[in-house]
Write a protein that binds this ligand. Sequence first.
Ligand SMILES: Cc1cc2nc3c(=O)[nH]c(=O)nc-3n(C[C@H](O)[C@H](O)[C@H](O)COP(=O)(O)O)c2cc1C
Length: 213
Amino acid sequence: MQPPKLFTPLQLGGITLANRIVVSPMCQYSADDGSMTDWHFAHLGTFACSGAGLLMVEATGVTREGRISHGCTGLYSDHNEAAMKRVLDACRRITRAPIGVQIGHAGRKGSTQRPWEGGQSLSASESPWRTVAPSAIAYDNTWHTPAELTSGEMSELRDAFAAMTKDEQFLKEADKIGLEVGLIRGEDLNRDIETTLRDKRMMDLYRMIGSAQ
Ligand SMILES: Cc1cc2nc3c(=O)[nH]c(=O)nc-3n(C[C@H](O)[C@H](O)[C@H](O)COP(=O)(O)O)c2cc1C
């Protein structure tokens, strides 16, 4: 008898998944200045035991200001990289499933409280940071108005994304790492689309990052 298709292999470019079950990237809001903690060890470790064909690591900021909240993971420091390596190395010892990292930038949605703190823009007493976006358009009227990225800053951002794909040491250590570029989060798409359409420079940034070598 043929197994259900869900449990058959799937070829994705150069990677073969043992089955078609993918663990979505899930923000845990439990990092310490971008570095994974024991929480991630337990969270991703559990999914490494699950038998899923692909594990995706949560949205991970390419820059410190590109994080959504103070609790989001990043890859902007050596410490961040070492902390992620510790977790992924443990996962690799448990599963042969490829592990992907969703690299992203929160743009105008950055500097936000963790969901259980309200999920709103950080107030002045919560160490907010300067957010940036292609245009100085706030996500909503209670949110920070982002600073408009200069074209030089857009290039720096593109380079930050490209640097992730070129960090050979990290890629080697993390083994079969896949990278997913996340500029907009799926569940926010319908809420964000209106702001995105108003932001005429957004497509320029998408194109620039999409074409980064
Ligand atoms: C706790 C939680 C955290 C999430 N974090 C991310 C994320 O980091 N990046 C992302 O693209 N989607 C994120 N999502 C969305 C999921 O990846 C997924 O797209 C969404 O849950 C819809 O899939 P479903 O219908 O199977 O639940 C998150 C969802 C949950 C429940």
